[in-house]
Design a binder for this molecule. Structure first.
Ligand code: HEM
Ligand code: HEM
Length: 480
């Protein structure tokens, strides 16, 4: 029989959560603020397709600037900040050690916000590096992001290295790897030494890997945590998790050039990326089977747990966006879809239906554990869910359909260009309506967050889900 752990070796979940509380809260609240700003910018960009003569007299409101501001506010503001919040909360729980240097993490998150603010204002003022996903001025904003992200990364990696769990759960691999991968690709993407075609190749090496090694990595890390956690059962297969992680690490890095199919790059580069895109079926299937089998027999829980509902839908969207992406990577398909709204539909299945849904579900789980009280109004969660699902469903269906019609018209030499614009027009109106619905969903979410933050802390016994039982820490392992 093993001896009971010494009292100094015993920590509760509350002990693990406590140091990360402030940085996680700052990250979530600011993330939601950027979600609102980004929604407004997305809505304006969308309406410009329906009313091209609207608000053209003021340069910051022109499409090119608003689009870039939308993309950056959403990716580096909303999604990245939500992911930073999840990471500082999740990693301590999984490695059985409180967050190291929490003030450094909070400072990093505040500074990250400052960088996004400067960056978005710079883009609206017309100051841009002109590379998609790397629009922020590299002389000011990118160094700020490197310092800010570095501050959070150091605390997280320090926590992992000082961790006391003998086994590193799969979510830690994804999150820790993201904090190693992202600085490498971000610095590479911003090196001011590439010109012409080289610059385009490095641009898409960066942007593609930002999707795979940053958004997807932390998104999947969260899915791997929340499905088993909410269901109270282990993940279906450890071996499949390993297979999914390593094949993603290997194949995703080779995918980037599929964004430049038909571009002036050596054919072998593009072909390699198409082959690697098809090979992505391995990690995607591994993850999908693993998550599905973990859910089997428990789908009824979707009715009761908002976290599960958002996270499981996000996981399904991950499979969907990947299969759509593999299909889009074939030359025969890409020549029809590349210059159309199809690509924008695909983008939003990925960054919205997958990443954003997983972040929504995660926030629903984590916030009550940070503030010590539950969400006050279940109806608001239901409104948020159905508006978000209906909105993104209409957004994606409309743009997929409109994109194909637009692409077929563009391919036909007998059809004048104007006809391809007209073919897509009704679908773009649907996209704007969907954008209004999505913005409403985000307002409901923000309002509910405000309500839960504003209420006085629960006095008396802790809510039942704030498990006071100790996490018995095993003897120090290789990670101590
Ligand atoms: C197996 C997985 C995937 C494959 C093979 C894939 C494939 C592709 C391809 C071929 C394009 C280029 C379309 C074009 O410009 O003609 C593309 C664009 C895009 N993908 Fe994916 N995709 C995958 C997964 C994802 C995921 C998981 C996300 C989100 C997290 C995502 C988000 C995007 C975005 C945002 C773009 C547009 C980038 C831009 O032009 O700004 N994709 N994808
Ligand atoms: C209120 C909801 C939203 C609306 C109305 C909206 C609208 C738009 C519009 C109009 C564009 C430009 C399309 C074009 O150039 O043809 C766009 C692009 C983009 N949006 Fe959104 N969006 C919304 C939510 C989001 C969210 C939540 C994210 C990320 C988390 C996001 C990420 C992006 C990205 C990455 C692009 C560039 C896509 C590409 O180049 O393929 N959007 N969005």
């Amino acid at each position: 029989m093993t001896a009971p752990a010494a009292s100094t070796d015993v920590v509760t979940l509350r002990d693990l959560d406590e140091p990360g509380r402030v940085p996680a809260l700052v990250a979530f609240v600011s993330a939601v603020a950027w979600l609102l700003v980004g929604s407004l910018l997305g809505l304006v960009a969308s309406l410009k397709f329906n009313f091209p003569d609207w608000w053209t007299g003021w340069a910051p409101a022109t499409f090119g600037r608003v689009r870039a501001a939308h993309l950056n506010a959403m990716i580096y503001g909303w999604a990245s900040l939500a992911m930073l919040g999840i990471s500082v909360w999740l990693v301590p729980r999984l490695v059985h050690a409180p967050l190291r240097w929490p003030r450094v993490a909070t400072g990093g998150i505040v500074f990250w916000n400052g960088a996004i603010l400067v960056g978005v204002l710079a883009l609206l003022a017309g100051w841009t590096d002109g590379l998609e996903w790397l629009e922020f001025p590299r002389s000011v904003v990118d160094p700020m992001l490197i310092v800010a992200g570095g501050m959070v990364g150091v605390t997280l990696l320090g926590t992992v290295l000082g961790g006391r769990a003998r086994h590193l759960y799969v979510s830690v691999w994804y999150v820790a790897a993201a904090f190693v991968w992202f600085p490498i690709i971000f610095v590479t993407g911003n090196l001011p030494v590439f010109r012409g075609v080289e610059s385009a190749a490095v641009n898409w090496f960066y942007a593609h890997n930002a999707l795979g090694f940053w958004l997807t990595a932390i998104g999947l890390g969260a899915v791997y945590y929340f499905i088993p956690k909410v269901l109270g059962r282990p993940i279906y297969s450890y071996q499949l998790s390993l297979l999914g992680f390593w094949t993603l690490a290997f194949f995703y890095a080779l995918n980037g050039m599929h964004h430049l199919i038909g571009g002036p790059l050596p054919t072998w580069m593009i072909t390699t990326s198409i082959v690697a895109s098809v090979l992505m079926v391995i990690p995607v299937a591994a993850v999908a089977v693993n998550h599905h089998m973990s859910m089997v027999g428990r789908f009824a829980s979707l009715r009761y747990s908002p976290t599960l509902r958002f996270v499981v839908l996000g996981a399904v969207a991950y499979t969907a966006v990947s299969l759509q992406g593999i299909f889009t990577a074939f030359r025969e398909v890409n020549r029809i879809t590349h210059f159309t709204h199809w690509t924008i539909a695909h983008s939003h299945v990925g960054v919205y239906a997958f990443v954003t849904f997983v972040m929504f579900g995660s926030v629903y789980y984590v916030i009550p554990r940070l503030v010590g009280r539950d969400w006050p109004d279940g109806r608001l969660i239901a409104w948020h869910f159905w508006l978000a699902l209906g909105g993104i469903g209409a957004f994606v269906l409309a743009l997929n359909l409109g994109g194909v019609l637009q692409g077929l018209a563009l391919m036909d030499p007998q059809v004048p260009f104007q006809a391809s614009v007209e073919a897509a027009a009704p679908w773009l109106a649907v996209r704007s309506l969907a954008g209004v619905v999505l913005t409403a969903a985000h307002l409901v979410f923000a309002w509910h967050l405000w309500k839960v933050l504003r209420r006085a802390p629960t006095v008396g016994p802790l809510p039942p889900w704030h498990d006071p039982r100790p996490v018995v820490v095993p003897p120090p392992g290789p990670w101590s």
